[in-house]
Design a protein around this ligand. Structure first.
Ligand code: DGL
Length: 262
């Protein structure tokens, strides 16, 4: 069990930003990443459909021998993780918009959240907001169209920059001082965000916290792999491996994505 890979899934390539953090602090672990790009974006699907896809992804990762699953997708976490935890016999680590640290650090008491419709409309997100953002104004913005732009490899297009700038405008004008990235695709936009946001706005990405939580759970359950052969990292996509490979290269990884048909 200890030697098995960590399984990660997302609606597409965004969860590679979580894989990067996990690989950094757990460098001896094997990983299997599943990008369900054929079904992206999840954020526009019903909660039932997101749960159904999350179950299918989990089943497949468990068939590959994964010892633990990282749901590297805010939309799948907020809509499906509670059911997955009840239905499958492994631990799940999820990711939710990091409202708590943003609310604690905000001096202006005004934070923005950029996330998918599926995340913003979930009850888990509503509960987290209520719990951690008392006395804070939370401005929500659906990242309409962003996942599609990223999944089609158009990260550096002027259109992507302009679209993102337009989405952020109302929150910037309202005077937020923190912007929570509530979708794992969005850290890929950080270089553009740094250009288009005023310098006083802090970008909050909870990828590193998810990786620390993954390590803590694995330590607690005795799942840390014993040292030995070099780890193996596999990437599968239900979409176009060519685009996944461009993203992997851009992030500095040598592995090549393989196509997976469900
Ligand atoms: N990366 C997913 C998330 O964190 C993307 C959502 C989507 O496919 O709409 O929410």
């Amino acid at each position: 069990m200890k030697q098995g890979p960590i399984g990660l899934f997302d609606s597409g390539l965004g969860g590679l930003t979580i894989r990067r953090e996990v690989m950094q602090i757990l460098p001896a672990e094997n990983t299997i990443y599943l990008a369900d790009s054929a079904q992206a974006p999840y954020g526009e699907k019903s909660p039932e459909h997101i749960l159904e896809l999350s179950r299918r992804n989990t089943r497949w990762l468990l068939e590959q021998g994964c010892k633990l699953i990282v749901v590297a997708c805010n939309t799948a976490t907020t809509n499906a993780i509670a059911s997955l935890r009840k239905e499958f016999p492994v631990s799940f680590i999820g990711i939710e918009p990091a409202i708590k640290p943003a609310a604690l650090q905000s001096k202006r008491k005004r934070v923005g959240v950029l996330a998918t419709r599926g995340t913003l409309s979930s009850s888990l997100f509503a509960n987290t907001s209520k719990l951690h953002a008392a006395g804070i104004e939370v401005l929500e913005q659906e990242g309409r169209g962003l996942v599609r732009l990223i999944e089609s490899g158009r990260l550096e297009d002027p259109e992507t920059r302009e679209h993102l700038k337009g989405l952020l405008q109302p929150m910037v004008e309202a005077g937020i001082d923190h912007l929570v990235l509530g979708c794992t695709h969005y850290p890929l936009l950080i270089p553009i965000l740094e250009e288009v946001l005023p310098p006083e706005v802090q970008v909050v990405d909870c990828g590193p916290a998810v990786a620390r939580q993954t390590r803590a759970v694995m330590e607690g359950e005795g799942l840390i792999r014993s040292a030995g052969e070099a780890p193996v990292h596999k990437v599968f996509t239900t979409g176009d491996p060519g685009i996944a490979n461009i993203m992997l290269r851009r992030m500095g990884y040598p592995e090549k994505a393989r196509h997976l048909e469900f």
